[in-house]
Design a protein. Structure first.
Length: 746
């Protein structure tokens, strides 16, 4: 990477940021802080210790920009700012955390340790869009300021990479911002930063959609602001006339929020119902009332406000959401109604009291969860406490002493590929193996945790990287049930033991029948059942299990059978027991199991064998496409193209079920694909299309469906094809036909 040399513009900006930050936090700084910081930073610059990052950005300048953000937007002070500024030197190894602790104290060192631990987590290449990673990130942070700094750092990075050419890294950073940091910022009440993360992610990931909405908003801003004012003023007058105390907030939804609405409702910008959102917050406080009576008054005034609004503007009854009569399970209370305002425009109105708004905004009601982001009670309560801390003056000082006590009953562990799984505390290597796959669990002999070999009884710890070791000779055992902690593993072990018993029973029965045949005896079921009872067994399966394990000697069983069959008569003739030396073991010729795999196969994740996979119908992948695997509920794997229309949603909602997949081999199979063709409705154009396909002996046209209207035709061609190379050649030929306007693969 490029060594760090400050440009003139970077020097000026750094100096300006330094002055602004110093002015904000000067009262919280210790006597020697500035001098020590200047020494470290000047050394880092003069000795070129720090290098530019993958985007070509200056890490020291970035740290100053982030420090200004954590001061102005979040309200953190000395310890957080110093940790942010020292972070580049620590990451490059030119400053130890122990040195930082000696100079600046334990609090700064704790933040730096948290940032370093999270950096190490990223090196394990996890699937960051999974909720498990978000939870592990929180449990690793120790000090909440680490998470706040990470959010600010990502906001700043998203601002600076606007003009970068490193498109793939830019995309990765943007996806992390959307899946990981925006939900955390929302939960912490950092709504401005949350909206900025979402909007910038949309800008970089879906450029056209972002600018389409932005341009639409710019065109209508003046009229929109005037509209909101015009909507609010008559409402304010009517509410005052009714003697209500209140304040009203009016806003336009963010670009990201509008885009989500457009996708969900499948409508254009103009069709978004509630582009305007109005929140009416009532002040119903009365210290003389009992809580029960106060709550009754709150509900009464909310419905009174509702009646006033709906008398002024026509409501849409289908859009009424009553969380006053029956609050949400998480405690959320509010009235939502969409009304038809002036100019026939739909406006969403939310009605609630100061108390209800505080509950919703502070996270006790998990406002982010009702927006569709799932979470857990422990996380909600903990983050809500942090948000309350940040919103009070005393909170900033309390943050210095604050440490996490979260997820004490859960652990988060990695696979070698970076996938992340959550287990109850006390779960073992064997639990992990059965979580991956039943076959891996059945054959588990132990594991390598962080490179060290351990037994299958080893308990898992958060952050462990676990690689299961298997053996084809290993079989499930009864004592395994006492090793595992999860019900999933227990049920799989019981099932495996049952299957093993059935196999052993069949094996024992065949062995008995062969021995009977060698001794020229007929095995009668009625006599055998009598013998089993005489031997003290209630079930035939228990009897056969002991025969298979060798606890019961087969020759003894046969002798007892003969005695039972013939009573006390002497054994004569062909029934005389012969010496084992007179018998020859029959050779069982086992033909090797051979398979004839196709020349083009998929290598899925860790090359797990025995896992079924199918090609997804939604995107029809063929050999050569960039693909990924998605573990279905039934346990099989669906293979999707990376550009599948469902891919973003699958990765966003179910990132933990996404596995890597690549093609291997020569591509000898044929796959069905569908092409959409649009062109001028000229005579013979369909023949031209089919002639192109029929000339290639390796292409098979399975179906064609053409519809003609207004001088144009459009149709779908379903074709059997080998791989993407042949597909690209076919597309080029079809697009070259005169009159063809467009040929696209579904």
């Amino acid at each position: 990477m490029e060594k760090l040399t400050f440009t003139t513009a970077e020097r000026e900006e750094t100096l300006s940021l330094y002055q602004a930050i110093r002015q904000e936090i000067s009262t919280s700084l210790h006597d020697d802080d500035e001098e020590r910081l200047r020494h470290y930073l000047m050394a880092a610059i003069s000795q070129q210790q720090v290098v530019r990052n993958e985007f070509g950005l200056n890490p020291i300048l970035l740290s100053f920009q982030t420090a200004k953000l954590v001061v102005e937007e979040i309200g953190l002070r000395r310890d957080a700012v110093i940790a942010v500024l020292l972070r580049p030197s620590v990451e490059e190894g030119f400053l130890t955390i122990d040195d930082a602790q000696a100079d600046y104290g334990e609090s700064v060192a704790r933040i730096l340790r948290g940032l370093q631990r999270i950096q190490q987590l990223y090196k394990k290449n996890p699937v960051v869009e999974s909720e498990n990673f978000r939870n592990l990130l929180l449990s690793f942070a120790e000090d909440m300021r680490v998470i706040l700094i990470m959010i600010a750092d990502r906001v700043n990075l998203m601002r600076q990479i606007r003009d970068t050419n490193a498109e793939s890294t830019k995309r990765e950073v943007s996806e992390e911002a959307a899946y990981l940091y925006a939900p955390l910022a929302h939960k912490l009440g950092l709504y401005k930063l949350k909206s900025e993360l979402e909007d910038l992610s949309l800008k970089y990931l879906e450029h056209d959609a972002y600018y389409h909405i932005k341009d639409k908003l710019s065109e209508t801003k003046k009229s929109r602001d005037a509209y909101i004012d015009g909507f609010i003023k008559p409402v304010e007058e009517r509410l005052r006339e009714a003697g209500l105390h209140f304040h009203i907030k009016g806003r336009t939804k963010s670009i990201h929020s509008i885009w989500q609405k457009m996708k969900k409702q499948r409508c254009p910008f103009e069709g978004v119902y509630d582009l305007f959102a109005i929140r009416i917050i009532l002040d119903v406080s009365d210290e003389h009332l009992e809580p029960k009576d106060l709550h009754r008054r709150e509900i009464m005034q909310c419905w009174q406000t509702f009646a006033i609004i709906t008398s002024m503007y026509q409501p849409n009854p289908k859009r009424l959401r009553d969380w006053l009569s029956v609050p949400k399970s998480n405690g959320y209370e509010s009235l939502h109604i969409t009304v038809l305002g002036p100019g026939q425009k739909w406006v969403e109105v939310q009605i609630r009291t100061e108390r209800m708004d505080a509950v919703a905004e502070r996270g006790v009601a998990a406002h982010w969860r009702y927006k569709g982001v799932k979470g857990e009670s422990g996380l909600d309560e903990w983050l809500s406490n942090i948000r309350s801390m940040l919103e009070t003056a005393d909170g900033l000082e309390a943050m210095d002493q604050f440490k996490m006590d979260l997820y004490e009953d859960e652990v988060f562990v990695f696979t070698p590929k970076g996938d992340l799984y959550k287990f109850a505390k006390g779960a073992t290597v064997l639990d992990f193996a059965y979580h991956i796959h039943s076959k891996i669990g059945n054959q588990c002999t132990g594991a390598r945790i962080n490179g060290k070999v351990v037994s299958l009884r080893q308990q898992l710890q958060s952050g462990d990287q676990v690689e299961i070791v298997t053996s084809s000779q290993q079989k499930p055992r009864q004592e395994w049930l006492s090793i595992v902690k999860t019900s999933r593993a227990k049920s799989k072990i019981r099932l495996a033991l049952k299957e093993t018993q059935v196999k052993e029973g069949l094996f024992a029965k065949e062995m008995l029948e062969r021995k009977f045949k060698n001794r020229k005896l007929e095995m009668e079921d009625s006599v055998m059942q009598q013998l089993v009872k005489k031997l003290g067994f209630k079930e035939m399966s228990d009897f056969y299990r002991q025969v298979a394990s060798g606890e019961l000697d087969i020759n003894t069983v046969i002798d007892r059978y003969v005695e039972l069959q013939q009573g006390d008569q002497p054994v004569t003739g062909n029934n005389v027991a012969e010496s084992a030396a007179n018998f020859v073991l029959e050779n069982a010729q086992l033909s090797p199991l051979t398979t004839h795999p196709s020349d083009d196969v998929l290598i899925i994740d860790r090359n797990l064998k025995g896992v079924d996979y199918q090609l997804a119908r939604c995107c029809q992948p063929i050999y050569g496409d960039k693909v990924f695997g998605f573990v279905t509920v039934s346990g099989g794997i669906k293979i999707h193209r990376e550009d599948c229309p469902n891919a973003p949603e699958l990765k966003k909602r179910f990132g933990y079920r996404v596995v890597r997949a690549v093609w291997s081999g020569k591509g000898a199979s044929q796959y069905a694909i569908t092409l959409r063709v649009i062109g001028n409705d000229d005579i013979g154009i369909v023949n031209n299309l089919t002639n192109i396909i029929s000339r290639d002996e390796k292409l098979v046209l399975r179906s064609i469906n053409i519809d003609s209207h207004d001088g144009l035709f459009s149709g779908n061609l379903t074709i059997m094809i080998d791989d993407t190379t042949r597909l690209d050649a076919l597309l080029k030929k079809l697009r070259g036909i005169k009159g063809v306007k467009q040929v696209e693969r579904f």
